[in-house]
Design a protein. Structure first.
Ligand SMILES: Cc1cc2nc3c(=O)[nH]c(=O)nc-3n(C[C@H](O)[C@H](O)[C@H](O)COP(=O)(O)OP(=O)(O)OC[C@H]3O[C@@H](n4cnc5c(N)ncnc54)[C@H](O)[C@@H]3O)c2cc1C
Length: 469
């Protein structure tokens, strides 16, 4: 089967799709991957030029245990199940994950008094490995922690994961199994008839029997096209700072604050790429495209970071970025089936969607059957192995076996991140290929290091231009 990934021209004419998923973020690609297990004609339509290009590209990349979710909520269940599924999937497909564990640090008596309640909450969420640490144990675990911490809750299974390889793996597997991926394809209007929906897109009409709305920040707007007015998405910006790899030895765990009603707060966390993250902020905005970093935001993060890990602030900053959570005024996901319309809304996937993605995919597929979709008999998905972007296992430039077979894996193009010619070539020719320099960075790390492309930029651009169809 020839994989179908389109970016221009009219959409394929002919019979309507059985199911169309709107939105190629980590959630939409996970749903498409789940549907790909069945003999259905499925389409995934994405407004931008790549999958994982919205909120999914800019998060804190933590594979949560869900220890602190609201017990009994839909989110709690899907995060717990999603964590299990994604950890297993990552091990099978080569998505980088590091089980570094988290410490929720109490900095005053009030916070310390909350820790037992958090432990009890973790237990209510079915997570039984958490335990309380006194100050001595805490400083044994994290010797560079700032002075004055009184204790912590240890959550040993919290992990860091590659946020970019995850949706790419889902999309790759879905496309290999026959899902049509249509990029640069924004849904502008929806007409719902008795048997089919007709989507007016920026690339012409698309007809589909069943519809899934996984449009992230725009899920409320898609919902209104179908006549529903039950929630409004408020973008909640999270700014983050990425510290240089020289900072990596300063921290061993994900260092979390004790959460408050204002949210999870500012953390310090290692990344699978060998950097250290500080963030995020939490700011409600009116503009769904405002991913700017601000002087105030970065100042706020520096102040918070100085308390948590004072030496971190002496290290170089490699990059700053911001992501927008899809807040809806409800502390739970807004996943809803509409059987009379053969339609499922997947809204309000706020701060845990990366972790929960595979479980959301399975849950939404179940809801589609409630709306009348007949799935048919499930089949095995094609096996895939994703390129390794993580530092915990050998990258291609370290692998003599690969370099022996193909010297391009021994030719380094991006020296900061040790990205080779072979990896760039592969990303440009992959099932879901990189179609922009940013897309190439998310697939290889090229131009993402300390010099931010100052040194390798021209060479990477030349390779990109050469491969452009
Ligand atoms: C700062 C921050 C930190 C976070 N940290 C974590 C974390 O550590 N762990 C974790 O599990 N989660 C985390 N999250 C949450 C996680 O990133 C999100 O839940 C997840 O990325 C949401 O994915 P999505 O697919 O719903 O949305 P998106 O990734 O935004 O995807 C939606 C897609 O729909 C497309 N679209 C929109 N409108 C249309 C249209 N009309 N037509 C076609 N396409 C359309 C968009 O272009 C976009 O690509 C964090 C989020 C933020 C912002």
């Amino acid at each position: 089967m020839t994989p179908t990934v389109t970016r221009a021209g009219e959409l394929p004419d002919g019979d309507p799709y059985d199911v169309t998923v709107i939105g190629g973020g980590v959630v939409g690609t996970a749903i498409a991957r789940e549907l790909a297990k069945y003999p259905l004609r499925t389409a995934l339509v994405e407004a931008s030029d790549d999958i994982g290009n919205g909120t999914s590209k800019a998060n804190t990349a933590i594979l949560h245990t869900g220890f602190d979710a609201v017990p009994g909520s839909l989110e709690a269940g899907l995060v717990r199940e999603g964590q299990r599924l994604l950890a297993e999937y990552a091990a099978g497909t080569g998505i980088p994950v590091e089980r570094v564990g988290a410490l929720l640090v109490a900095w005053d008596d009030e916070q310390r008094a909350v820790l037992p309640a958090l432990l009890a909450k973790a237990e209510r969420n079915g997570y039984h490995a958490a335990r309380l640490l006194d100050a001595d144990e805490l400083y044994d675990r994290e010797p560079r922690l700032g002075p004055g911490a009184l204790g912590a809750l240890e959550v040993p299974d919290e992990s860091v994961i590659c946020p970019w390889t995850t949706p790419l793996a889902y999309a790759t597997q879905a496309v290999l199994a026959g899902v049509h991926l249509h990029l640069d394809c924004r849904v502008l209007h929806i007409d719902t008839g008795p048997d089919t929906h007709t989507l007016t897109t920026s690339r012409g009409p698309l007809r589909t029997r069943y519809l899934v709305n996984a449009a992230g920040l725009y899920a409320d707007e898609i919902d209104r096209h179908l006549g529903h007015d039950t929630f409004t998405v408020t973008p909640r910006r999270g700014q983050l700072m990425v510290f240089d790899k020289l900072a990596r030895d300063l921290v061993r765990h994900i260092l979390l604050p004790v959460p408050t009603s204002a949210g999870k707060g500012v953390l310090v966390a290692p990344t699978v790429f060998g950097n250290v993250l500080l963030g995020p902020t939490s700011e409600d905005l009116g503009d769904k495209s405002d991913t700017a970093s601000t002087a105030d935001g970065l100042h706020f993060l520096r102040e918070k970071g100085r308390r948590i890990l004072p030496e971190l602030l002496d290290e170089e900053v490699t990059a700053v970025y911001a992501g927008l959570r899809a807040a809806t005024g409800q502390e739970d996901y807004r996943i809803q089936d509409h059987p009379d319309q053969r339609y499922v809304t997947v809204g309000g996937i706020r701060s845990t969607g990366l972790t929960a993605s595979l479980a959301i995919g399975a849950h939404v597929t179940g809801l589609l059957t409630r709306t009348g979709l007949e799935l048919g008999t499930a089949r095995e998905l094609p096996g895939i192995t994703m390129p390794n972007l993580g530092e915990a296992s050998p990258r291609p430039y370290l692998r003599a076996d690969l370099i022996d077979r193909d010297p391009a894996y021994g030719t380094i193009v991006c020296h900061c991140e040790r990205v080779t010619l072979g990896e760039i070539r592969d990303a440009l020719n992959a099932t879901v290929p990189a179609r922009s320099l940013d897309g190439l960075r998310r697939r290889t790390r090229a131009r993402g290091g300390r010099c931010q492309g100052f040194s390798c930029g021209p060479a990477v651009r030349a390779l990109f231009e050469e491969a452009r169809p």
